[in-house]
Design a protein around this ligand. Structure first.
Ligand code: ADP
Ligand code: MG
Length: 320
């Protein structure tokens, strides 16, 4: 219903210059399904995603930006948005303190460590705490859990919910679990976030594990570049989701022990600097005595490098 002479507001991707149904489909499949995503995409990303020329890509980005009015904003607006960043509790006060008051929204937290160090347990716990009242360290919202290893356990959620006297049926209903069978599938599930979050307040997105499929599918030197490229795109999508929706994205990454190395650099997680670069907070987990675990914040721009001890119990994540 546009009058002649009036500019047509951009609503669908096909309204963008140079975007026909085929290109729109390719863009959508690559995760560029919204104007927001296109507005902050790079030319190279769009060229690769949709088989289009640089000129077309540049025009698409420009008009997406134009329709969103993204270019500059005054500091008070940024201040308001920063104030909207909230934190959710891990269930352990020492761990929350280590994270500066809990797991932040508007960014990605990477939990990396060896097998059985508690990555999946923390991810489960966050799916419960995100639903708790604000006054108890929650965000009163739901979670999406992308499970790549088949280790999501609703029974564990029930235990963790009961600890806080919550109705576990309600808690279970507010966690949407997507089982990803390969890295492409994993990326498609992430792209569905916006759709799933349309009629529902979702403030936590877990990808457990971020890297297992990538590790298994891309072996050998020849395929490393391809893997890193794809992972890079995946990380960008996750970061966009975190910032646009003000949600917490929590990803896990398993690392192999390096017996010949004491401490130095424990960071041999898959993805290397590509993953590291995109993550707001990186947490290295290691085992201690019994059910105790040690978390260490590494290379955070604003948190000191320090450690906290927590415990994994029947109740979930607790102080040691
Ligand atoms: P990963 O880092 O490999 O994802 P997990 O998060 O699965 O490791 O952590 C596994 C640890 O959690 C194990 O040491 C296990 O003993 C502990 N754990 C799992 N479920 C329970 C439970 N119900 N009660 C107590 N500890 C548990
Ligand atoms: Mg795990």
């Amino acid at each position: 219903m546009t009058d002649i002479g009036e500019e047509k507001p951009i609503q669908a991707l096909t309204d963008l210059p140079g975007v026909g149904p085929t290109t729109a489909k390719k863009l959508e499949e690559a995760g560029f399904s919204t104007l927001e995503a296109l507005a902050i995409a790079s030319i190279g990303e769009l060229v690769a995603a949709a088989d289009i020329g640089e000129k077309t890509a540049s025009k698409i980005i420009e008009s997406a930006r134009g329709s969103l009015d993204l270019s500059f904003e005054t500091a008070d607006v940024i201040y308001e948005r920063r104030k909207a960043i909230t934190r959710l509790t891990t269930g352990s006060t020492t761990l929350d303190q280590l994270f500066g008051g809990g797991v932040e929204t508007n960014g990605i937290m990477e939990l990396f460590g060896e097998f059985r160090t508690g990555k999946t347990q923390i991810a489960h716990q966050l799916c419960v705490s995100v639903q708790m009242p604000n006054s108890e360290g929650g965000l009163e919202a739901g979670a999406i859990y992308i499970d790549t290893e088949g280790t999501f356990r609703p029974e564990r959620i029930v235990q963790m919910a009961e600890r806080f006297g919550l109705d576990y049926n309600e808690i279970l209903k507010n966690i949407e679990v997507g089982r990803a069978y390969n890295s492409d599938h994993q990326m498609v599930l992430v792209d569905q976030f916006t759709d799933r979050a349309k009629n529902k307040d979702i403030r936590l997105l877990v990808v457990d594990s971020l890297t297992s499929h990538f590790r298994a599918e891309y072996v050998g030197r020849g395929t490393l570049a391809e893997r890193q490229q794809k992972l890079n795109k995946h990380m960008h999508t996750l970061l966009r989701l975190a910032e646009i929706n003000n949600i917490s994205v929590v990803v896990t990454n398993q690392v192999m022990a390096k017996p010949d190395q004491f401490f130095g650099d424990p960071t041999t997680p898959i993805g290397g600097h590509i993953v590291a670069h995109a993550c707001t907070t990186r947490v290295y987990l290691r085992k201690s005595k019994g059910n105790r675990r040690i978390a260490r914040v590494v290379d955070s721009p604003w948190l000191p490098e320090s450690e906290a001890v927590f415990a994994i119990t029947e109740n979930g994540i607790e102080d040691a």
